[in-house]
Write a protein that binds this ligand. Structure first.
Ligand SMILES: O=P(O)(O)OC[C@@H](O)[C@@H](O)c1c[nH]c2ccccc12
Length: 268
């Protein structure tokens, strides 16, 4: 069974919801990332979403755009990102890692070569923002062969027909984007999220994670009541930015102090 599936099953058994933090690989430098990932796990992460830095991240707001710049500036490549995950995987055999990114760098690397290398590094899931279900076939096949889960995004404007089509291609979990817009957006509306998640339940039995606009423990807990997982990105990435010149242990502590209260409130 995939690590992602296992993780959601374990959570369901204990009546808990998944906390899924996002950070960008190599931000502020590749030497930081494994330490930061371990701090996220220690603070209660169930799955970690790692962004592959890209020069033109069109679904990202300013906070994550800047993280991509810092990371690329520090020399983070696709290969380096996979090395970081391999190093994490040697130290943590349990926590699923989902790689998030855009097609361009992967196309350049070669889809098959990338999928093989990702498997080898210990990647469990892949979220490709600009991979549409229509054009997916051969790309998708490379990941399927390697038993890497394909996580797809669904938004408030996705029609039920399209949602069904996407969910049928997905595995692991599906990612409901709570608001129209880019990452790091303002407040989400919990009632509207609940309505959308409830209607997605009619087209899929996969776990449903919700992300975009979750930055505090209260919101994380409220969203976790109506979904199976919450994804938290920009508030963490912004904390990395604010502390980027500090020692990595201090950055790790700063991340923990945001995530741990979310965990506590979600479990309360
Ligand atoms: O930053 P936010 O609003 O907390 O949302 C999570 C998000 O950052 C993370 O999942 C993510 C980062 N980049 C993305 C691009 C597309 C979809 C999702 C993402």
């Amino acid at each position: 069974m995939s690590r992602i599936k296992q993780s959601f099953e374990n959570l369901a058994k204990s009546g808990k919801k998944a906390l899924i933090p996002y950070i960008t690989a190599g931000d502020p430098s590749p030497e930081h990332t494994v330490t930061l990932m371990k701090a996220l796990v220690a603070a209660g992460a169930d799955v970690i979403e790692i962004g592959m830095p890209f020069s033109d991240p069109m679904a990202d707001g300013p906070v994550i755009q800047l993280a991509c710049e810092r990371s690329l500036e520090a020399g983070t490549s696709v290969r380096k990102t996979l090395q970081i995950i391999a190093e994490f995987r040697q130290q943590d055999k349990v926590t699923p890692v989902v790689l998030m990114g855009y097609l361009n760098p992967i196309e350049f690397f070669g889809y098959q070569a990338f999928a093989d290398a990702a498997k080898e590094a210990g990647v469990d899931g892949i979220l490709l923002v600009d991979l549409t279900p229509e054009e997916a076939t051969d790309v998708v096949e490379c990941f399927r062969q390697n038993e890497i889960d394909l996580i797809y995004l669904l938004s408030p404007t996705t029609t039920p027909e399209r949602a069904k089509k996407i969910c049928d291609l997905a595995s692991g979990y599906v990612y409901y984007v709570s608001v129209k817009g880019v990452t790091g957006s303002a407040e989400l509306d919990v009632d509207s999220v609940k309505k959308h998640v409830d209607s997605l339940r009619e087209v899929t039995s996969l776990p449903i994670g919700v992300g975009f606009g979750i930055r505090d423990a209260k919101t994380a807990a409220a969203v976790s009541k109506c979904a199976d997982g919450v994804i938290v990105g920009s508030v963490l990435v912004n904390t990395i930015a604010e502390n980027k010149d500090s020692q990595k242990e201090l950055i790790a502590d700063a991340l923990g102090s945001i995530l741990a209260p979310m965990r506590a409130e979600m479990d309360a």
